[in-house]
Ligand binder design. Structure first.
Ligand code: ADP
Ligand code: GN1
Ligand code: MG
Length: 370
């Protein structure tokens, strides 16, 4: 069955949620790599209302009911925090809608799970920063998110993707994909494979620190890409953290690092001209400053010291995941052209190489804020 056929069920989902008003449109939306996202427009008493409809990726999220339970718990918890400080709970966190029988999801006849969120209005999510201020605002907001989640009871959360940022485990999966080579592609990417093999020990460093009890496990977001946050369109300030599918116990340095991997790259994640790819030290410093401010003193000295390692590990891990998916036939990340995952792996490799060149400067920046 094609993705188109699977997504045709979106009209059943819309019906199941019985949105008020007159239906206007339901079009593909956003640039996420995982779920099928649609912008829904309705009109009620002459007033336009927008929603985000998503088909959760059932190959990746094996237990969508528990996932939605996580999201309801997290968003309810955040709403209380937002209200307590006089904020607007309708705009500053996701609001999952319920079906008439009270469920925050709908299961269609093909077995896909769907959800609807209120659309966050007068706000923007960006694939690239327009200027350093955007990045600073996203850093403060992601840092604040982790501060808000500090007293959330992690035992309530289902681990939606086990070992999500267990980088050594990701390495094993990568080696298995190379060995099995089900698409016969490994021969074309021997240099790329050698690159990740040469970085095997680097990829274990943060996990070793965690296992040794030197880094605390916190409730983290785990997918802190720039387009997983909304900025207020008028003020430019960080407004709402999106994509809560992977909120699980994790490392703060990985939340920091994933943001750097995506947002401090001077090129897009899938840029084909690798001469455009580099780490912007200006954006790196901006994010360090904003993230530490957002976390408001919560990070330990060791977490701060290891921020550059978080950035390097997340870039290595993500690059290796893209290459693994390329080897396995592009079944995980959504692709929009042939070789898309390989292009993405290439940018991550180039970014790691640039981080290695700029390592002393990255360390010096972090020392300034320690
Ligand atoms: P994926 O897991 O596929 O990345 P996301 O949940 O991140 O899916 O959604 C994809 C994109 O849709 C986001 O990057 C953002 O631009 C947009 N989006 C998601 N939820 C909302 C929302 N409630 N309001 C406005 N835009 C949203
Ligand atoms: C995916 O869902 P999205 O597009 O925000 C992925 C992240 C990767 C990212 C790479 C659940 O994020 O882990 O870092 O692509 N999310 C999942 O762009 O695997
Ligand atoms: Mg996303």
């Amino acid at each position: 069955m094609t993705r188109e056929e699977i997504c045709a069920k979106r009209y059943d989902a819309l019906e199941a949620f019985s949105l008020p008003g007159r239906f206007v449109s339901c079009e593909k939306y956003g640039s996420g790599h995982i779920n099928d996202t649609f912008l829904v427009i309705t009109v009620n008493s002459g007033i336009e209302k927008k929603y985000i409809l998503q088909r959760m990726n059932g190959d990746i999220f094996k237990d969508p009911e528990s996932l939605m339970n996580n999201i309801v718990l997290v968003t309810d918890f955040l709403k209380d925090k937002i209200r307590a400080r006089g904020g607007d709970a309708a705009r500053e966190t996701l609001n999952p809608l319920r079906t008439p029988d009270g469920k925050p999801f709908f299961k269609d006849s093909l077995g896909s799970f769907w959800r609807i969120y209120d659309f966050i209005t007068d706000a923007i999510s960006l694939d690239r920063v327009r200027d350093a201020e955007d990045f600073y605002q996203s850093a403060v907001a992601f840092g604040r998110f982790s501060g808000q989640m500090a007293d959330f009871d992690a035992s309530l959360l289902t681990e939606t993707i086990p070992d999500f940022h267990n980088t050594p485990k990701r390495y094993e999966t990568f080696e298995k994909a190379v060995e099995e080579d089900i698409c016969g592609r490994a021969g074309f990417v021997s240099e790329e494979i050698a690159f990740f093999r040469a970085h095997k020990d680097d990829m274990a460093l943060c996990k070793n620190e965690l296992d040794a009890g030197l880094l605390p496990l916190r409730v983290t977001h785990n997918d802190t890409k720039l387009n997983n946050i909304m900025l207020d369109a008028k003020t430019g300030k960080g407004l709402c953290v999106l994509d809560l599918d992977t909120v699980m116990p994790g490392l703060s340095i990985f939340d920091f690092g994933d943001s750097i991997r995506f947002g401090a790259n001077t090129a897009a994640e899938d840029e084909q001209d690798l001469s455009k790819v580099s780490l912007s030290l200006e954006l790196f410093e901006t994010y360090v400053k904003g993230y530490l401010e957002g976390c408001d003193g919560a990070l330990t000295d060791e977490e701060i010291r290891l921020l550059p390692y978080g950035a390097k590990t997340m870039t290595l891990e993500c690059g290796m995941r893209f290459l693994t998916d390329y080897l396995q036939g592009d079944t995980y990340f959504m692709i929009h052209r042939k070789g898309h995952n390989l292009d993405r792996a290439h940018t991550q490799i180039r970014l790691v190489q640039d981080m290695e060149k700029k390592w002393d400067a990255m360390t010096a920046i972090v020392e300034k804020y320690r």
